[in-house]
Design a protein around this ligand. Sequence first.
Ligand code: ZN
Length: 357
Amino acid sequence: MNVALISKWKWRILTEKEAVWRYGKVKVKVLIGDISVVGKKDSIWWRDLLISDNYENLNSNHFAGAIECTVWSGKDIPFWYACWTGSQTLMEAYPELYCFAGNHLAEVFCASIMLNGSWSWRLENMVEAGSRGESGSTGSSGEPEFTHQLSELILELLFELQQRQIAVRDSSDDAFSWRLEINGVFSVSSCYDRFKEKHFGPPLDNSTVLALSHLWKIKAPLKIFFFGRSFIINKLATRDLLVKKGILTDGNDSKCAFCLSEEESLRHLFVNCEVTKGIWRKVYGWVGVDTSLSREEFVNYFHNCLKIKCVKTRVIGAVMWLSTVWNIWLMRNSVIFESEKFSFLDCLSEIVFNAWR
Ligand SMILES: [Zn+2]
């Protein structure tokens, strides 16, 4: 699982004003990052994004832990699951209170009420008295009575909020900054450093990390991102790798499905195969020449795209490159698994059709 990529998306969701996200309360959900905020009708993309960072699994190394939240309206910050009072979430800082949370998914806003024209805290709103243990009960006044310990914790939290001058203020948007960089802005490298031991296995070399950082700037469907990433780090399940793992036997099994003459490796399939070379020639003729990269450089696009000065050209080249490798791979799969014949024209029209922007 590529946590840096997922985190980049989440960061965009938190901070990009112009972006239109159609999943409702997206910022709160992204900060909670748990199966509990996934709806039945949500797309697989959104679901994957949310549960990638499951709190239960990652404990303190989660996305929300890297985000410092500044409260304004309090509507975009989950009360328990985000760092808005300090470096810890309230769930971590006040586990006893958390156990009594009425609604675990509530926003900071819910802990505040408007009194005489200004907002003041009503932290007890967040805790259900008497829901656990034997000592909570409803008093004669009709107000819930809290145990001594809970009341003290609520007071302690209230004191902390006042000390730090944290309050719901107005209807301005809550602000978010990335705690792992001094300038407060998300960076792939800081994210990578934070999560690499946990998720990445052996470290990648610098040119690969750089290539990935260019890939991450392109808005593309998540599955194509992952495909592009697998390509760049040489983790596609090409037949030579399957032979190495003992899944395929050597011999005809490992031959390239297009030319049937050489062993299928990533390099052969996408670079050296005579069949795919024809595809690259066409694509390069359409967009590659504008990039001022050589055809060989174009095939290794994300390693070389920094040489392209014009940002727009760089993006177009990236999208076409992704569409090309993606469709070569799909075509290869349908030849292998569905016994279809390779069609040069079909592949080219799919490449154009699937260049999604
Ligand atoms: Zn071949």
